[in-house]
Structure formats: structure tokens, C-alpha cells
Design a protein around this ligand. Structure first.
Ligand code: ZN
Ligand code: ZN
Length: 311
């Protein structure tokens, strides 16, 4: 697992077996994602797919450009895909005449791009796009090379990775986390961020995990005294908001099975948390369990990738 970025300004994590490589979320610009992959010595051309947890901007902002550039499929739940499409479709109150004018302008711009042979994001003609009805061109912001739907609670395969998506409580259309299982390497990794609390289905999904990326979003006191408006504080604290350091510590102290070699604390709030507080609270919770729990704890970062965590 290589955490490229984690936090409210952007999330992206590479999960890989020897044979299969996927990116979970694409919440930075395509350029920045590629830059970070280079820093972490991850080869973008080796990615087989992109998986999306939910449609919030910090998880999808580089999605369409990256998927088109790499020409790889994007896995969503159907409601998340629909919500994403709504989000990236420009809204306006144009008159019919203005709309016709815009269509003509776009057609002309597309034609010029084809002549110049330098399509915006894909370098060679894609027959599927060429044959598509007028208007649905590669300039369509909702266009992706391929879309695959999955259902939370139902496993699916990408290469030799078994992906088990689980529903998370969060204020998005159909949010989820993932467990990745590689039978050939008997290794399991999980990603659980953006969740208001840890319901039983999430707790049971997080059993027997070797590398666990778990949210530790805010310190309760810092959030209460912090700069966010009242309504936003309520949202973060709600059952569909984000996990506090306390909630994460409580899980680690009571429910966690101790199986992970590495726990990565992620989605830390820059305004309402301090990395030392998150780390201290998780380590104290593990210490309470005694020496039989030997998981090391790392902090994911917003501004730079973590070194790959290998099993
Ligand atoms: Zn998020
Ligand atoms: Zn979110």
C-alpha cells in the first residue's frame, strides 16, 4: 500500500499485489497524482483500475483526467457514479440561442483538436468516442474510458485482487470502504476513511487485516474550539461525518483484533487535529491492550506520499 495523499484536500492510495495494481480515489489533480507516484516510485502505466469510495471532491478531483490519460476503467457504485456525473456536469441557465452557439463552438474546437492531432487528454482516436452521438465527445466532462459498477457487500475481482466493498456511514450518495485480499500472497489490506462512526459491518470488515488505513480525523476539543462554522462542526461530529481520534482509539482498544502489522492513521484534519495527538491517542489505545498487539502506527500525510508499505 502506498498512500499518496490523505486529508480533506485530497486522497489517493495505491494498493497492489505482484500482479495487480489499483488506485483508490483520485482526489488530487492528475498532474499532482502523477508527480506523487513518481516520488513514491509507483508506475502509473502499471495501474489496472481506479476505485472510488465516494463522490466528495477530495476523492475525485483528478479522476476524469487521470482515467482518460491512463485509459483504465473506473469502479464506482451506481449511485456514486450518478452523483459524480451530476457534480461534473456544468449547470447553467442558457437560452436556446446561447446553447446552440456553445454547441457550434465546441464542435469547432473539437474539429480543430482533431486536425492538430492533439486531443486534450487522449492522444489517439478512440473508436468508441468517434462513433458516439454528436455532443458526446471526448470533451464531455463525464466521459470515462470504462465504468464498472460494484455493490457494497458483494466481492469482485480485479486481476488477482479480491475487492470487498463495505458501506460506510458518511454524507455521500453511496459511500464505501474496501478490503483487498490477495490469496496468492495471503495478504489483506483495508481502507476505511470518511465515516461518522464504526458500525458493526465496518468493524467486522476490518478483521484479519495486515495493513489498515483508518481515519483519525479530528481531536474533539480542537474541533469544538476550532475555526469551523457551527453547521460544519455539527456535520463533522455527526453519524455521517468523520471519525475522531477518540472514536478511533476506542475501536483500537476494544474491537480491533490486533492482526495488522501496520495501522496508518489517515484523513487527519489540518484545522482540527495535530498529528502528535492522533498518534498518541492510537498508540495509547494499543498500549492498553498490552504487548500482544505489535502493530506499528504511521501517519498518512496530506502534502507528501508515504513510503510504500510492503508485506
Ligand atoms: Zn474525504
Ligand atoms: Zn467525504
Amino acid at each position: 500500500m502506498t498512500v499518496l495523499a490523505s486529508g480533506s484536500k485530497g486522497n489517493a492510495t495505491v494498493v497492489a499485489s505482484q500482479r495487480t495494481r489499483v488506485l483508490v480515489d483520485a482526489g488530487l489533480s492528475c498532474r499532482e497524482l502523477l508527480r506523487r507516484m513518481a516520488v513514491a516510485e509507483e508506475d502509473p502505466a502499471a495501474l489496472d483500475a481506479i476505485l472510488i469510495t465516494h463522490e466528495h471532491r477530495d476523492h475525485v478531483s483528478g479522476l476524469s483526467v487521470l482515467a482518460r490519460r491512463l485509459r483504465i476503467p473506473v469502479y464506482f457504485t451506481e449511485p456514486t457514479h450518478r452523483a459524480w456525473v451530476r457534480q461534473v456536469t456544468p449547470r447553467s441557465n442558457m437560452t436556446y440561442a446561447q446553447w446552440m452557439e456553445q454547441v457550434q463552438r465546441e464542435k469547432k474546437a473539437c474539429a480543430e483538436l482533431e486536425i492538430a492531432g492533439s486531443a486534450e487528454v487522449v492522444s489517439d482516436p478512440d473508436p468508441e468516442v468517434e462513433d458516439s452521438p454528436a455532443g458526446r465527445t471526448r470533451r464531455d466532462p463525464t466521459f470515462l474510458p470504462a465504468v464498472e459498477y460494484f455493490h457494497p457487500g458483494t466481492k469482485f475481482l480485479i486481476g488477482d485482487l479480491t475487492v470487498s466493498p463495505f458501506t460506510t456511514p458518511h454524507d455521500a450518495a453511496d459511500p464505501c470502504g474496501f478490503v483487498f485480499d490477495c490469496a496468492a500472497e495471503s495478504a489483506r489490506m483495508a481502507i476505511a476513511t470518511d465515516l461518522g462512526y464504526l458500525p458493526p459491518n465496518v468493524k467486522s470488515a476490518l478483521r484479519r487485516i495486515d495493513v489498515l488505513l483508518l481515519e483519525s480525523n479530528h481531536d474533539l476539543d480542537m474541533l469544538k474550539d476550532g475555526p469551523y462554522p457551527w453547521a460544519v462542526k455539527q456535520r463533522v461530529l455527526s453519524r455521517v461525518g468523520h471519525l475522531s481520534n477518540n472514536a478511533t482509539a476506542e475501536f483500537l482498544a476494544r474491537d480491533y483484533d490486533g492482526a495488522a502489522t501496520t495501522i496508518v492513521l489517515g484523513h487527519l484534519s489540518e484545522a482540527n487535529n495535530a498529528p502528535e495527538l492522533a498518534l498518541l491517542s492510537a498508540e495509547q489505545a494499543l498500549d492498553e491492550r498490552g504487548s500482544r498487539i505489535g502493530s506499528r502506527v504511521l501517519l498518512a500525510q496530506q502534502s507528501a506520499p508515504l513510503a510504500p508499505i510492503c508485506l
